[in-house]
Design a protein around this ligand. Structure first.
Ligand code: HEC
Length: 118
């Protein structure tokens, strides 16, 4: 029985460590490598501490901790990205694959938190 269980667990491990480029990074590393540059390139031109377009400063997010302590904002970010509403249509758009990676990261953060359930 123990052996079967061990084999079963071993069989499951690869499923969790599937070789997706972004998933090799820790959430912290992915924030620095993918999410932060994405914001810098596509969002903070409007959502910075000076302009605060829509009363939103996305430049304030400099660490994963800052994201986790303000997930309400990130629910909106996920929503806007999912709807394809940000950046606004008239402005340069990020690569679909980058946007997808960022959205996945944000959704994972939200799923890991209580707030996603509210
Ligand atoms: C060219 C300026 C501009 C850029 C670039 C831009 N936004 Fe916006 N954003 C706006 C404006 C204007 C609004 C208010 C209108 C609206 O909600 O559609 C807004 C609203 C928002 C809101 C809703 C805020 C709220 O509290 O209702 C979020 C979230 C958001 N943007 C996220 C982003 C993200 C993420 C990016 C980068 C991928 C981005 N924006 C890029 C101009 C911009």
């Amino acid at each position: 029985m123990k052996l079967i269980l061990t084999l079963l667990l071993l069989a499951l491990v690869p499923a969790f460590s599937a070789p997706k480029a972004a998933s090799k990074l820790t959430p912290e590393a992915a924030f620095t490598k993918t999410v932060q540059p994405f914001l810098a390139n596509n969002c903070v031109g409007c959502h910075n501490p000076k302009n605060k377009t829509a009363n939103l400063d996305l430049q304030q997010f400099t660490s994963i901790e800052s994201v986790r302590s303000n997930l309400k904002v990130w629910r909106k970010v996920a929503w806007k990205l999912e709807q394809g509403e940000m950046p606004p249509a008239k402005f340069p758009q990020p690569k679909a694959i980058t946007k997808k990676a960022v959205l996945k990261w944000v959704n994972a953060e939200l799923a890991d938190s209580q707030i996603a359930l509210k």
